[in-house]
Design a protein around this ligand. Structure first.
Ligand SMILES: Cc1cc2nc3c(=O)[nH]c(=O)nc-3n(C[C@H](O)[C@H](O)[C@H](O)COP(=O)(O)OP(=O)(O)OC[C@H]3O[C@@H](n4cnc5c(N)ncnc54)[C@H](O)[C@@H]3O)c2cc1C
Length: 128
């Protein structure tokens, strides 16, 4: 992905391959911005923070030089990018790990039967 891609752009592109990316809850944030900052979202419990999912990045440093970084090349810079925010250079492109989307169950619980069921479990009712 390019450095200015929104997280919604990345999810839409990933969807075409049947995979998905770890993002936050809002598609309008920059994918690099959320990744460099940590990135907590609905898939974090399964696949970790967005910051643990980059595979590599192209970075323009303060002196104007361009560096390709990943676990093998400039590993300290790669480590620092993943959570260090925009402090280490401008990320002009990045490769991120995609994942098969987990099954998501959604639905509603009708209130009346739900209340009856909760009434049988007073501790759960208190937590709600
Ligand atoms: C409506 C909303 C919902 C949000 N929801 C979540 C959420 O669910 N989970 C979560 O973890 N966060 C969430 N955030 C926080 C969001 O992830 C951060 O604010 C993130 O840093 C936004 O990145 P940006 O690129 O859009 O913003 P910007 O303000 O442009 O950038 C933020 C920081 O990242 C740096 N940066 C951005 N792009 C680059 C680049 N290409 N190279 C180098 N540095 C760069 C900037 O220098 C800046 O320091 C939310 C924010 C908003 C506004």
């Amino acid at each position: 992905m390019k450095g200015g891609a929104l997280s919604s752009d990345v999810v839409a592109a990933a969807e075409r391959t049947g995979l998905t990316a770890v993002t936050g809850t809002a598609g309008a944030v920059g994918m690099v911005g959320i990744t460099l900052g940590g990135g907590y979202g609905p898939l974090t419990g399964r696949f970790g923070l967005a910051a643990v999912n980059p595979l590599g990045a192209e970075v323009v440093l303060a002196d104007g030089s361009r560096v390709d970084t990943d676990a093998e090349h400039e590993p300290d810079l790669f480590w620092a990018l993943r959570g260090g925010g925009g402090n280490f250079g401008v990320v002009t492109s990045a490769r991120i790990r995609l994942h098969p989307p987990p099954a998501v169950a959604t639905g509603t619980i009708p209130l009346a039967p739900g209340r009856r069921r909760l009434a049988r479990h007073p501790q759960r009712r208190q937590r709600l």
